[in-house]
Every structure is written in C-alpha cells, then in structure tokens.
Write a protein that binds this ligand. Structure first.
Ligand SMILES: Cc1ncc(COP(=O)(O)O)c(C=O)c1O
Length: 392
C-alpha cells in the first residue's frame, strides 16, 4: 500500500501526486512497470491477493488509485475505501461492462447523441438480449426523467459526443437515484477536472482514458470509477471473464500522461474558448457549438456545473456554390496543414474530422458537422491554419 498524499489537495496537485509509491529512503518516486502474467500463489485464493494477471494486476493499481482520488474528490484518499477504480483495455470495454449490468429484457436510457460505437453496441444488445432502448435528448431534463420509469440503467454523456449537449447532471442523476436505478456518466469530454459526476449522484463514472487522461494519442485504454463496492466487484468480474484487460505499459503511460492533465486541459480549454469566439464571427462558418459561447444552448448549465467548458468544438462551414455540404466540409479537412485530419480527441495535438464520415454516427448529427479537438499548440497558429482552411 502506498501513502496517498492526495487528501485535501487541489485536483491540479492530485494529478501530479496521486498513485506514487510509498516514500522510502532510496525508493522510486514513480511506480515501476511490473511485467507479470502470474504471481507466486499457492493454496486457496483469497480476495485481494494477486494470483493471475487477468484477474488483478499490480501494474494497474497506481493509475486506478489516482483516478479514485480525482473522481471521488480531492479530499478523498484514493487508497482507503473512497471508491474503486477499474482500468479496462479500452473505453469500449468499459462501456460493454456497464451495459452488462442490464438484464436480458431490461431497459436502458441513452443519449440520442453519444459516442457512436457505444450506440452500435447498445443496438446489438437490444437485438440479441431483448433490451429496450430509450434514446433521449440528454439536455431535455423532462424527457430524460420521463424515460426513466421502469428502466434499469441511465447512460449520460455530458457534453455529448459530438453535439456538445449539456445534461442537468444533478437533476437527471437525482431522478435515476430516486427510482433505484443505476446511472453511469461518460466523463471523457469533461475529465474529472471539469466535473465529478459521482458528487451529483452517479453510480459509475466512465472514461475513454485514450483521450484527455492519457493525453498523447499513444494508448487505447478505458476506466470506471464507483463508490459502490458490490458494483465494483461485478464490473471487475466482467473484466476478468471477458478478458477486457489493459496492458501494463499502456497503464504506465496513462499515469505518466495524467501528471500533466491539469496544464494540458487548462491550455486546451483556453484555446478552444478563444477559437470558438473567433469562429462565431468567421464569414465562412454557418454554425459553431462550444459551451463557452454565451449563445450556446449548453452555456448556462455548463457554467453552473462545470469547471471550464471543455476543448471540443463543433463547426459547420458556410456552403459553397457547386459543392454539397459534405464536400464542402471534407474540403476544409483536406485543407488544414497544422491540424491533423484524424478521429479521436483529447491529445496534445489538435485534430478534426467530419463525424458523419462514420456510417454509424447518428443521422440527426448534421452531415457537414466538423468535430474539432483543440490541443495545446499556440492558439494563433491554430487560428491561422483553420482560417486558411475555411477560406481555401
Ligand atoms: C465519449 C467517448 N466515450 C467512449 C469512447 C470509447 O473509448 P475507446 O476508443 O477508448 O474505446 C470514446 C471514443 O472515442 C468517446 O469519445
């Protein structure tokens, strides 16, 4: 057990200090990278004991403790029962684990706009396990609450991918709790520095660690955090039995990336707010979505419940004669030189893509919507490149 120095510290300090080894003379300041598929073990297996590295792996523990310290509050001791972190081989593996909580024939309430592969998986579960799906506008609190009756699980994304809708977290999570049903918040876009859904009543927080937490577009990883020990045991068992496990090196890299999350996210959010402000006045931009903009539908709520507005922007270019909207949006992607034309988000490098190029994206997402993941480069360089691409 390490001593967790996170108690009472600001999240910007927690990302640096959580999950470190115990302080001993000559000891390591960073967790080491243990590479083991199995552990010395004999006799009856007791819970909490390391035996086989698919069930539990000490390479995961420092990162899992850091996540608990972050999601359960800066006053939490990530070591001592504040909550449990469960790292997965990808964000999708974490989504699959929470969907497995819904019984055959049960009901899930889902955002109509949410990470598309998660929605494809939900459709498969509907078809194969008779689960009813109720898709809602997650920003429409009355519609969400009305959909909860008789449901087993509420999945929330806020802000949503890619439409950036903002849910009233206390209201919808409180309503789910009042009905005795489970709620899960995908906190990938906001990060624990932007909001802590467990404090608003969520049972589980989900991350695609691939994105901001790891932050360098070099690993694929997921995680869940919960305060409910029984639920944690169920989710861990799912991970073990489905083999949805993370590699030690990926987890080590994620913790290394997490150390700079506060700096990276602060810069990325500031860049995004500045770019959104300029894009809103750009003659070649028909629509821009970012919760920082006073006129954005999610602005008031994000201001009230988030720390910052995130670093993802939605942009629709002004049409051009002779080009259909898809060709026009694709032409912008083709014209960038600094921004990377790529999927994914949350890395230090800025990237953009037209979301509907994925055939599985919701049809209610405009075909010409560009999703911009704003990185930490100099904002003037980002602006010049976007401006020339929009005018090209
Ligand atoms: C909001 C959100 N949740 C979950 C995922 C899935 O995560 P992964 O790609 O790590 O499996 C993604 C991936 O883009 C995402 O954007």
């Amino acid at each position: 057990m390490s001593t967790n120095p996170a108690a009472g510290l600001s999240p910007a300090t927690v990302v640096v200090s959580a999950g470190r080894p115990e302080r001993t003379q000559g000891g390591h300041i960073n967790p080491s990278l243990p590479l083991n598929s199995t552990y010395v073990s004999r006799g009856v297996i007791t819970s909490g004991e390391l035996s086989y590295a698919r069930g539990d792996n000490d390479a995961w523990h420092p990162f899992e403790r850091a996540l608990v310290a972050l999601e359960c509050g800066s006053g939490a001791d990530g070591d001592a029962g504040a909550g449990e972190g469960i790292v997965f081989g990808s964000g999708m593996a974490a989504i699959a684990a929470v969907f497995s909580l819904v019984p055959d024939g049960g009901t899930m309430v889902l955002p109509r706009h949410a990470y598309q592969a998660g929605m494809v998986l939900a459709d498969q579960i509907r078809d194969r396990h008779g689960v009813t799906l109720r898709h809602v506008d997650i920003a429409d609190t009355d519609a969400v609450v009305a959909a909860l009756d008789g449901a087993d699980l509420l999945l929330v994304e806020s802000p949503t991918n890619p439409m950036l809708e903002v849910a009233d977290l206390p209201a919808v999570l409180g309503a789910a709790r009042a009905r005795g049903m489970r709620s899960v918040v995908d906190n990938t876009f906001a990060t624990p520095l932007g909001q802590r859904p467990l404090e608003h009543g969520a049972d589980v927080v989900l991350h695609s660690v691939t994105k901001y937490l790891a932050g360098h577009s070099d690993v694929v990883l997921g995680a869940l955090v919960t305060r409910d020990a029984e639920l944690a045991a169920t989710l861990r068992e799912h991970r073990t039995l489905h083999g949805a496990i993370a590699g030690p090196f990926e987890v080590w890299l994620a913790l290394r990336g997490l150390r700079t999350l506060a700096l990276r996210f602060e810069r990325a959010q500031a860049n995004a707010a500045e770019l959104a402000r300029r894009l809103a006045d750009h003659p070649e931009v028909a629509e821009v979505r970012h919760p920082s903009l006073p006129g954005d539908p999610g602005h008031g709520r994000a201001k009230a419940q988030m720390n910052g507005f995130g670093a993802i922007i939605g942009v629709r270019p002004v049409g051009r004669a002779g080009l259909d909207p898809v060709e026009r949006a694709d032409a912008v992607v083709d014209a960038v030189r600094l921004w990377l034309p790529a999927t994914s988000l949350g890395g230090v490098e800025s990237m953009l893509e037209r979301r509907r190029r994925w055939g599985t994206e919701a049809v209610t997402v405009p075909e010409d919507l560009l999703r911009l993941s704003v990185g930490i480069e100099d904002v003037e360089d980002l602006w010049l490149d976007l401006d020339q691409a929009l005018r090209a």
